[in-house]
Design a protein around this ligand. Structure first.
Ligand code: NAD
Length: 370
């Protein structure tokens, strides 16, 4: 097997954390006897500096040709005064749009060794493993008409929550597939008691489940209740699927249950065309300009994003499990970067954390082979 993984290191700590994830992927390729090529391209502020555009045409071309994409982060104070149209964040929105990445997967997993870092009690959080599937290219963030108009003597702001049946069906399938690979349980979150668009959402998710996934246990929950349940008893959930805006809010809420931004991976998937699905993997955190260039960023979110890449783009779930097990081992051994260390603990740097994970991977891979 030969695969191309396009690296988009981006800005700030992006290059530092992507380089550790690349080492992990290269090691997996070695062990698994497959070949990964790692071309690199620019996105974000660095792309603007090089080409005048945060999302150059060459990057789009390479993104379309790749089997999967691994992104660091974009943005930083250097580019904040630029016109909105060429700001680094436009690069990120641009690539999501051009590749049609409509499904955002945000796992919230709590590693045992970090359970005490959560704001929730240990018993509610230890062993937590939720997957939130958020619709990413529709809903109220993109609906028309939108804007601010003057009515009488005051301004009126308005946005439109709109979903086509086909948009709901395709995100429902991604979530139901995910549930099938996990524990056969899916909770769809809406506000069907108030919003007609999400009444349709509920109806269509149920229809897809009944017709195509009869073995999956599907429940529906109003978003206000879901947010409450996430902090009351998060372990009741396995896979959740929801609209763009509700997913934006709920995934951040679920993520913070697990502790630090430096630990959170994500994946954004497009439609499957000729057996190939566009897919971009990235840590949830930003470019962390306050610590960029110091070699102290936590690379785990990006390494866990690389594990998602193995699982969802290359069907290498066993290897993804091993990368995750290596991360768990390193944390259990007490290794911490600055963002996840307790007061009494000593922090290690980005490279040392990468080294420790590679070493642990060697052990877990040897155990798995035995
Ligand atoms: P941020 O995520 O970059 O940083 C927030 C805080 O978390 C900072 O104190 C940072 O040092 C810390 N942090 C983040 N990741 C870390 C890691 N891996 N290891 C250790 N500490 C880490 O968010 P911000 O400060 O709001 O934004 C900074 C820049 O990043 C802005 O330009 C913003 O637009 C951009 N941003 C980009 C993305 C993306 O590329 N997907 C996402 C969010 C923000």
């Amino acid at each position: 097997m030969q695969k191309t993984i396009l690296l988009l290191p981006g800005d700030g700590i992006g290059p530092e954390v992507v380089s550790e994830a690349k080492r992990v992927l290269a090691k997996v390729a070695d062990y698994a006897g497959v070949t990964f090529d790692f071309p690199e391209a620019h996105l974000g502020g660095v792309a603007y500096d090089e080409t005048g555009s945060p999302f150059p045409a060459e990057t789009l071309e390479q993104a379309k040709a790749a089997d999967a994409i691994l992104l660091g982060a974009v943005g930083g104070p250097k580019w904040e005064a630029l016109d909105y149209s060429v700001r680094p964040e436009r690069g990120l929105l641009g690539i999501r749009k051009e590749l049609g990445l409509f499904a955002n997967l945000r796992p919230a997993i709590c590693f045992d060794a970090l359970a005490d870092a959560s704001s929730l009690k240990h018993e509610h959080i230890a062993g937590l493993d939720i997957m939130i599937v958020r619709e990413l290219t529709g809903g109220i963030y993109f609906g028309e008409p939108r804007g601010v108009r003057v009515e009488g003597n005051e301004r009126v702001g308005f946005n439109t929550l709109v979903y086509k049946e086909s948009e709901i069906e395709r995100i429902a399938r991604v979530a139901l597939d995910m549930a099938q690979k996990r524990n056969q349980r899916l909770c769809s979150v809406d506000k069907a008691n108030v919003l007609e668009a999400t009444e349709l959402w509920r109806e269509v998710v149920q229809k897809v489940r009944d017709a195509e996934y009869p073995d999956i246990e599907l429940s529906h929950m109003y978003v206000d209740n879901a947010s409450m349940q996430l902090v009351r008893n998060p372990k009741q959930f396995d896979v959740m699927v929801t609209t763009n805006m509700f997913g934006d809010i709920l995934s951040d809420c679920a993520a913070m249950l697990t502790g630090s931004l430096g630990m959170l991976p994500s994946a954004s998937l497009g439609a499957e065309i000729n057996g190939k699905r566009a897919a971009l993997y990235e840590p949830v955190h930003g470019s962390a300009p306050d610590i960029a260039g110091q070699g102290i960023a936590n690379p785990i979110a990006t390494i866990l994003s690389a594990a998602m890449l193995l699982r969802y783009s290359f069907d290498m779930g066993d290897w993804a499990d091993q990368v995750e097990a290596a991360v768990a081992k390193v944390l259990a051994d007490g290794k911490r970067t600055g963002d996840i260390k307790g007061k009494a603990e000593k922090a290690i740097g980005t490279r040392e954390m990468g080294d420790a994970i590679l070493e642990a991977l060697e052990t877990t891979a040897a155990q798995a082979a035995a």
